[in-house]
Design a protein around this ligand. Structure first.
Ligand code: NAD
Length: 324
């Protein structure tokens, strides 16, 4: 049952969400989720208890203008029966830093957080957002002992939204009609899947021609680089990114709570797909009440598959150095 109190044998309440980490990303996600009306109970946790209390109060004050919900600062015991726990705790990128630069700080934060989540008796779906998200999804999977389908990273859902936005602007079309994806690492080795990109079923090169827009190799490279570098640009200008990721978190939660089964490029454990295993990578998957319900074996081009394996190598080299 997607919305009820029980899913299979697990006593979880899918109308209850926990958010660990109430900085820019955690609070923006909480705000987006409050407005969505998806949850009737929201628990905010942060090492900085005042921060969690302040955000809970501020967000709760908007609630009478949206949908009723119980929003409060809590402890790990409060999230024992939550359907979803979202981890946004940890250091964020400073100007010039890559996501992989955050790994040692954030792995040690996860070593303190994840055992507290599982010791509470939590048996729902863990949604990892902190960066580097693919590495931390793998770390959360190993530390939690939860089944792989229930440990999900927000992955390249945000990058894919950015890609659709930029393509929508370039092509003069509603980005919701653009079907295009970024996969691989949520980071510098991410890959735009041009071979499958289309606008309402029309291949993107054909649509570009019809619309009188440029579709040269240079244009595609520029669009791909703009998407990849957009976090750096935003961080340079306003020191953090949070609204886009908050909407991505909301989209993933909708998919789970409503058992919608969209295909989202979330980070999940690779088990031999494209010859890649034992790392988490952002790949298209059907997402529903059970978390990752089906990994979509998309027919990427040979070049895209080669780039995917190179992206996997980047992540593997980081994971090999971790002491888990
Ligand atoms: N996946 C994505 O697409 C995406 C997008 C944007 C940011 N991020 C990542 O999200 C993370 C948070 O970014 P931010 O801008 O909100 O940072 P922030 O510094 O504003 O917030 C981090 C919060 O985590 C809390 N925290 C630290 N250690 C903790 C612990 N042990 N237990 C509980 N709380 C703890 C801090 O007190 C702080 O409130 C970063 O790693 C950032 O890179 C991911």
């Amino acid at each position: 049952m997607a919305n009820g109190i029980e899913t299979g044998t697990r006593p979880v309440n899918f109308r209850k969400v926990g958010i660990v980490g109430c900085g820019f990303v955690g609070s923006a996600s909480a705000f987006a989720l409050m407005q969505s009306g998806l949850f009737s109970e929201m628990v905010l946790i942060d090492v900085d208890r005042d921060r969690a209390e302040g955000e809970a109060l501020d967000i709760a004050h908007g609630m009478p203008l949206a949908s009723p919900a119980n929003i409060y600062a809590g402890d790990y015991a409060d999230i024992a029966d939550a359907g979803i726990v979202i981890i946004t705790a940890g250091a964020n990128q400073k100007p010039g830093e890559t996501r992989l630069d955050l790994v040692s700080k954030n792995v040690s934060i996860f070593k303190s957080i994840v055992p507290q989540i599982t010791h509470s008796g939590f048996d729902g779906i863990l949604l990892v957002v902190s960066n580097p998200v693919d590495i931390l999804t793998y770390v959360a999977l190993k530390l939690s002992g939860l089944p792989a389908n229930r440990v999900i990273g927000s992955g390249t859902v945000l990058d894919t939204a950015r890609f659709k936005y930029v393509l929508g602007e370039h092509l003069g079309v509603d980005p919701r009609n653009v079907h295009a994806r970024i996969v691989g690492e949520h980071g510098d080795s991410e890959i735009a899947i041009w071979s499958l990109a289309n606008v309402s079923g029309i291949p993107i090169d054909v649509f570009s021609r019809l619309r009188g827009r440029e579709h040269s190799a240079e244009t595609m490279t520029k669009i791909e680089n703009d998407v990849k570098n957009s976090a750096y640009e935003i961080i340079e200008k306003k020191h953090a990114t949070y609204y886009g990721i908050a909407m991505s978190v909301k989209r993933i939660c909708e998919a789970i709570v409503r058992d919608e089964k969209p295909i989202l490029p979330v980070s999940n454990l690779m088990e031999g797909e494209y010859g890649i295993s034992d790392i988490a990578l952002s790949m298209p998957a059907v997402v529903g009440a059970e978390g990752i319900e089906y990994k979509v074996p998309a027919p990427f081009s040979d070049d895209e598959q080669a780039r995917l394996r190179a992206s996997a190598e980047v992540l593997k080299s980081v994971i090999e150095k971790l002491d888990l």
